[in-house]
Write a protein that binds this ligand. Structure first.
Ligand SMILES: *Cc1c(COP(=O)(O)O)cnc(C)c1O
Length: 470
């Protein structure tokens, strides 16, 4: 009789083999996290040094798991950026909330391939709940499809893929069956300061470059320019709006832009990678008026919500439009009888980790009031940083600080670049160099839940020191 045989390879395994490496991982992770509040932000070593540290040829044979974990922690540490630091303001990143991090570990331990409700009911149910909470918090249509993607880029992909299919269907073209060759041309309108990920996704979707609509001095789409653009375009149309400009934090004028676009039959997608969370707070109620009238929205959980990488959220008002673009048809998926969309019908991937679980945990631990405090706190810290920095001789805050983003210049482009470099070399704080409104800027993004008043004061001092060092 052919029986089931236990694995007996070169590394004898038993369930107990997890215990020690996991215990070591907890220790290393705690050591790292405990060092973050007081350590320099920038990595100590360069990529060249890290490549040397990891130059080991593939070993001929096995190494004990605990030894691997210890070696990893030891070798990686000098090359880690303290992105979780309250003094890290680079790009738009964010740290990780304790409940989100701990539950992310559970996601790995459970190792659920969260594609089918039938096969992985616990993680599917938790993600469905997390999705419902997000719609509730942000005031978006309750029947929307919510999918957990790798990030904002793929969340933009989902919204724009759904939009592409829908506007072509209206034009009498089935893109799923007939592809794009010979299809009516789909025009995509986007603001002049559209995020590069939207342009990237349009390339994935075969839609080419968007037609750019002029923006005002804060980077918001101009309604007069939109009206002009709409007048010149006929045929299938998608409008990509933005909630949270990378440099100014500004929001596009939603209600009017969406109304105008809809009257031309357009699909309206909103890229709110970090800014969509403002909808949780009444503070931005007026600025975001009309948000819920769009057709799709993209956001990140790994930025403003502070869950670990990687996690984006793709929301599509007409769930059927998302499913039409994303559902895979094969014989070997056993589908849930209720006909409800499976996790894999809401995102581009088939196999994936249950990355919505840390979102559930973050929201469960914060509650509604905690999310509001988190988002408002980030914006308050941005305001305090802008106020403090504007007192530094020669510093000029270039944007209206309406959310979490601040752009500062220090005279000439050359001088601004020098201040940013001096600040990064100093290491107490990280702020990114960028270019906006025709000038080099030092850009600050307040995205970390743990940034406190002391971090803000220390950071202002560090910038003043960098300026004085020139
Ligand atoms: C970060 C960002 C994106 C892309 O999100 P990823 O998570 O990096 O894929 C898109 N739009 C805006 C405005 C962003 O800030």
């Amino acid at each position: 009789m052919r029986g089931w045989r236990a694995y007996s390879g070169p590394v004898p395994l038993s369930p107990d083999e997890y215990r020690e490496p996991l215990a070591h991982a907890v220790q290393h992770a705690s050591d790292w996290l405990n060092s973050v509040p007081s350590r320099r932000v920038r990595p100590r070593d360069t990529i060249d040094q890290l490549e040397s540290a990891f130059a080991l040829d593939l070993p001929e044979g096995p190494t004990a798991a605990t030894e691997v974990v210890d070696e990893l922690a030891r070798l990686a540490k000098p090359g880690l950026m303290a992105i979780g630091s309250g003094r890290f303001f680079g790009w738009v990143m964010g740290g990780t909330l304790p409940a989100a991090l701990a539950s992310d570990w559970m996601v790995s331990a459970w190792d659920q391939n969260n594609g089918l409700r039938y096969a992985t009911p616990a993680t599917a149910a938790i993600e469905e709940r997390a999705g419902a909470w997000i719609l509730d918090l942000l005031g978006l249509p309750a029947e929307s499809s919510v999918g957990f993607t790798t990030g904002g880029t793929m969340a933009n992909f989902v919204g724009l893929a759904a939009g592409r299919g829908a506007v072509l269907e209206t034009a009498g073209w089935n893109v799923n069956r007939d592809g794009l060759t010979g299809a009516p041309k789909v025009t995509v309108l986007a603001g002049a300061e559209v995020h590069s990920s939207v342009e990237l996704v349009l390339r994935y979707l075969g839609l080419g470059e968007p037609v750019l609509v002029a923006a005002d001095e804060q980077g918001r789409m101009r309604l007069d320019a939109l009206a002009e653009a709409l007048d010149t375009i006929s045929g299938p149309l998608i409008l990509a709006l933005q909630v949270g400009n990378l440099h100014s934090g500004a929001f596009d004028p939603l209600r009017e832009a969406i109304r105008m676009a809809h009257s031309h039959g357009a699909w309206v997608h909103v890229d709110g990678a970090f800014g969509l969370w403002a909808a949780a707070s009444p503070r931005w109620g007026e600025a975001l008026d009309g948000l819920n009238t769009a057709d799709s929205w993209a956001t990140d959980a790994h930025k403003t919500l502070n869950v670990p990488y990687d996690c984006g959220v793709a929301i599509v008002a007409r769930a059927g439009a998302a499913q039409s673009a994303l559902t895979a048809h094969t014989s070997y998926f056993i589908r849930d009888d209720a006909g409800i969309a499976d996790p894999m019908d809401r995102v581009p991937e088939l196999s994936r980790r249950a990355r919505g679980i840390p979102v559930w945990a973050a929201l469960r631990s914060l509650g509604r009031s905690g999310v509001v405090s988190l988002v408002e706190g980030l914006a308050d810290n941005a305001r305090s940083l802008a106020d403090g920095l504007s007192l530094i001789p020669g510093a000029e805050v270039l944007n209206d600080v309406v959310f979490t983003q601040v752009c500062v210049a220090f005279g000439s482009d050359e001088r601004t670049r020098a201040v940013t470099q001096a600040l990064i070399n100093d290491g107490v704080v990280w702020m990114s160099g960028s270019r906006w409104a025709g000038r080099d800027v030092m850009r600050i993004s307040v995205s970390n839940w743990s940034t406190n008043a002391a971090d803000v004061a220390t950071s202002i001092d560090a910038v003043a020191r960098a300026v004085a060092s020139l």
